[in-house]
Design a protein around this ligand. Sequence first.
Ligand SMILES: [Zn+2]
Ligand SMILES: [Zn+2]
Length: 638
Amino acid sequence: MISITLPDGNIKAFESAVSGRELALSISEGLARNSVAMELDGRLVDLDTPIRQDAAARIVTTRDPEALTVMRHSAAHVMAQAILRLYPEAKLTIGPVVEDGFYYDIDMPPVSEEDFPRIEAEIQKIVKAKLPIRRREVSKAEALDAYQGEPYKLEMIRELQDGTISLYDQGEFTDLCRGPHVPHTGFVKAVKLLKVSGAYWRADPTRAQLQRIYGTAYFDKKELDAYLTFLEEAKRRNHRKIGQALDLFSFHDEAPGMAFFHPKGMVVWNALLEYWRMEHRVAGYVETKTPIILNRALWERSGHWANYRENMYTTTIDETEYAIKPMNCPGGMLLYNRKPHSYRDLPVRAAEIGLVHRHELSGVLSGLFRVRAFHQDDAHIFMRPEQIQQEILGVLRLVERVYGTFGLGFHLELSTRPKKSIGTDAQWELATNGLRSALDAYGRDYKLNEGDGAFYGPKIDIHIKDALGRTWQCGTIQLDMSQPERFNLHYVDADNERKRPIMIHRVIYGSIERFFGILVEHFAGRFPLWLAPVQAIILPMNDELTGYADSVKARFDAAGLRTEVDSRTESLNRKVREAQLAQVPLTLTIGAKEKDGGTVAVRTLDGKVTYGVTHERFVAVVSGAIERRDIGYPGFGE
Ligand SMILES: [Zn+2]
Ligand SMILES: [Zn+2]
């Protein structure tokens, strides 16, 4: 007798070995129809795997999240099969599942997106044929024999242990694979090839250059369509493209991974920082600034020299080694230690917009999202143990105000003590309880990542959600039990004892460069008035009105607005269209009637037009929207 424990705790007994498919059938036919794999004693396996002894089993259906991963790996096999049919000389290497899809690295003549329809048509033939996908366990000798003439597979097989090798067959196609897979190729319903790029075998530039073909697959055509629409939208919002179109920033070969901000980009940058400074002033922060080049002894003391050296740029000055800071913390420690502190001085909330450099491999650099030089909106808060909850709560409220201003939702994650850590149990308990009680007092749900904290303390990570529903980790609040020790920080308590302050590092924007990129994509370049590089463009109806338009601009600019006059001899329609392409929130037209009445006609980017808006009213409405940092455009009607 074999007893199989199901997820609901029920136990099913069988006379002899059963497969997952038979187990599913014994429960219900509907379940069997939608089954794609099985979890057997915690391991994901094929549905056909025989259960030979007592076990815990769960049938994985198309609705379970892991089913998508299993099916996408099968989709990679189906794509490889289609390619071998069309390009018999192609040699397969590896084809893993990645986030949102799969790829396969194949040694073959270069293909382009124009070849995709042909490959996709072949894929569809294989899907329609519903070829059974079957696992075969083979010896190393058999595997080596089966892959004669396949150099990459042979290389992989030689590295495998005999007795652990399996092949998967579907029709005429066989792949060396651990599995699991869906029962037949018909489960790979909605599949689309996405892009192709070059890749080296084993990521080694001295070895063969391969074609890496990416695709994605869903159980449902509607889900695939939704994903493709999302991709289109993400492409339309790509910050590098918009950054170029709106003349915000650029990258140059002379400084890889380090952004150049243009005049218009700097307007947005400065507006972000001006707002940030206002919020921090209100929240009781002071601002500091520390050098970016500091000597080796300091980095040895902070531990960065031992643990972070490979990411740091270094230089020698007067025969002494220096490093360009990858983090602002050690400078912050020196500033804290510049004078003695009494318990009455705490908390100290010292913020710094610090320029840091971290070496990243050139292959991973990605626009403003992954750079080698960036500014952090750092702050170090030094406090007494009993202040932890109140301080963390203060940071959480600040985070909420700041993200709310951009219309960004967010969620929180608490990471606790990892296996490898410094500090005593009592210190960790105090620190973790401090963060936890602040989160509880804050009252929002948070996710708990047990054991995911830094070795020097627990942390709260803040993940924002943009207009496309993508999440980005920007903010973080990290409690640190290491730096106060290393830098021997003190305060004198009410009992006249010298004590160690509790310290946190926190950022809200995170990398300002990256946050800038996220905002460009979040707003699709259509910045709210307070961030827009040019808030209004003034279009005189004819040449004679140009001088007058300039005087209107002067008046608006004196009121603190950012305006431009487009006095080119182009048609009005064309100028309006170009202003809209440049994402200027407000387009103002001035004709003889407007001149006589001291008014403008206002068109907002969302297409609303209001005539006869007096200059006073225009300035008042726009200034109000800027001051409130409204996200939407204001109305100009009475
Ligand atoms: Zn495989
Ligand atoms: Zn820090």
